[in-house]
Design a protein around this ligand. Structure first.
Ligand code: FEO
Length: 404
């Protein structure tokens, strides 16, 4: 049975939710599921914006047929060809064979490669427009946000931006379509940060370019391909996007990441965290072998000061910590203060190796000296941990002014 939601006027939400998916993109746990958004406008010409993942194809086709109510589908605008939005493309085109696909040059090539599509095609460039009746579609290219073919559509008459993955979030829609109906900044911001940092985080420069384009638009509705639609308080979400894409921390806040085998590195990390808290620093602590790397990456994007504590393992960094550092590198992470704790029983060198990796990232600045724990903490090494906490706290508290 169809489950269509009105967005505004004759614009309808025709997507669906998947709460059974274990790993989004085979990589990211989504315990609150994910939505695959698609929107259908019934002007003098009918226009569908994107299709959906195969998990919700049947519902999507029912939704589209319900809204069209026997009318033909004139245009399918494809903003992004990644299969979570295009897996239903072939079924849609088969169902509406006279439809004209409107998309970028690169997306047209991808549609051919993925689905052998050689049907009716209208290739558009930056700034091209298409009149569909009482409204005009204006196309804006958004390359590498986060694939090369990505584009947005802006409808000036509605103040509506169809923004592909940009401004999307993890988390299925819980019944409400709009961010202002579901207390997004209380319940959705962590999912949005984790989505942004992991999916788009590498492409901060390209996102900044898109934000510059968006800044000139009258935005009354922002309709992404995942998560809720924005019609209120979008500027607050935009400020978060600006911080994330500029690799600026959201908060003057510390995160302590530790990798520990027998508990001694954990002991040092937890003393550091407790000492930071005692000095008035907001802080969270993570065992990197337990918490999923997608959450650790998002927390690193959020915080201004990071403490990395790792035991030495096979004469290197403990694998889970090495994985976190690789994730930071892969997402072009930068511009943070960090401090280091290492542990080892005969040749501790995780600190030196972590520092080498962190120094390769732009704008990373070390605070204090690396603390070395030889097998287990002593009074002297505990003093070293307290000195590290002093250095981090002094630096953080002098900058504390609430970034967002
Ligand atoms: Fe939601 Fe890049 O696909």
């Amino acid at each position: 049975m169809q489950n269509v939601m009105p967005v505004y006027g004759d614009c309808y939400y025709v997507g669906g939710n998947d709460r059974r998916i274990a790993l989004f993109e085979s990589a990211y746990p989504v315990p609150r599921g994910v939505s695959y958004n698609s929107y259908l406008v019934t002007d003098e010409r009918t226009v569908l914006f994107d299709t959906v993942d195969r998990a919700v194809t049947e519902l999507f086709l029912e939704n589209v047929a319900h809204v069209l109510a026997g009318r033909p589908l004139d245009y399918l605008v494809v903003h992004h060809v990644e299969p979570d939005h295009s897996a239903s493309f072939a079924r849609l085109v088969e169902t509406y064979p006279s439809v004209t696909v409107v998309t970028s040059r690169k997306a047209a090539d991808m549609l051919k490669n993925f689905y052998g599509f050689e049907g009716n095609l209208l290739v558009v460039k930056e700034g091209d427009t298409l009149s569909v009746g009482k409204r005009t579609l204006r196309f804006l290219l958004a390359p590498m946000v986060h694939w090369p073919e990505v584009m947005f559509t802006y409808i000036p008459e509605d103040g509506a931006l169809f923004s592909a993955d940009a401004f999307g979030t993890f988390g299925a829609l819980g019944g409400s379509l709009f961010a202002d109906e579901c207390d997004f900044f209380r319940d959705g911001q962590d999912d949005a940060r984790r989505y942004y940092c992991n999916i788009v985080g590498k492409y901060g420069v390209q996102v900044q370019n898109v934000l510059k384009k968006a800044a000139g638009l009258d935005l009354r509705f922002v309709c992404p391909l995942h998560g809720p639609v924005w019609r209120k308080d979008f500027s607050r979400f935009l400020a978060l996007y600006d911080a994330w894409s500029a690799y600026r921390p959201e908060e003057e806040r510390a995160a302590v990441f530790y990798a520990s085998v027998y508990g001694h590195t954990q002991n040092a990390a937890e003393i550091a965290a407790a000492e930071l808290a005692r000095r008035g620093v907001p802080v969270c602590t993570y065992d990197v072998a337990v918490t999923h790397s997608s959450e650790l990456l998002a927390e690193a994007f959020r915080c201004s000061h990071l403490v990395f504590a790792s035991c030495t393992y096979n004469n290197g960094i403990f694998p889970a910590m090495e994985h976190l550092l690789s994730e930071l590198e892969a997402h072009a992470f930068r511009n943070r203060k960090y401090a280091l704790i290492q542990c080892g029983s005969w040749a501790p060198r995780a600190g030196e190796l972590m520092e080498e990796r962190l120094r390769q990232m732009a704008g990373m600045e070390k605070v204090g000296e690396t603390v070395t724990v030889l097998s287990a903490l002593t009074a002297q090494t505990a003093d070293g941990v307290r000195a590290l906490a002093d250095g981090v706290a002094d630096d953080l508290l002098k900058n504390q002014k609430g970034r967002i």
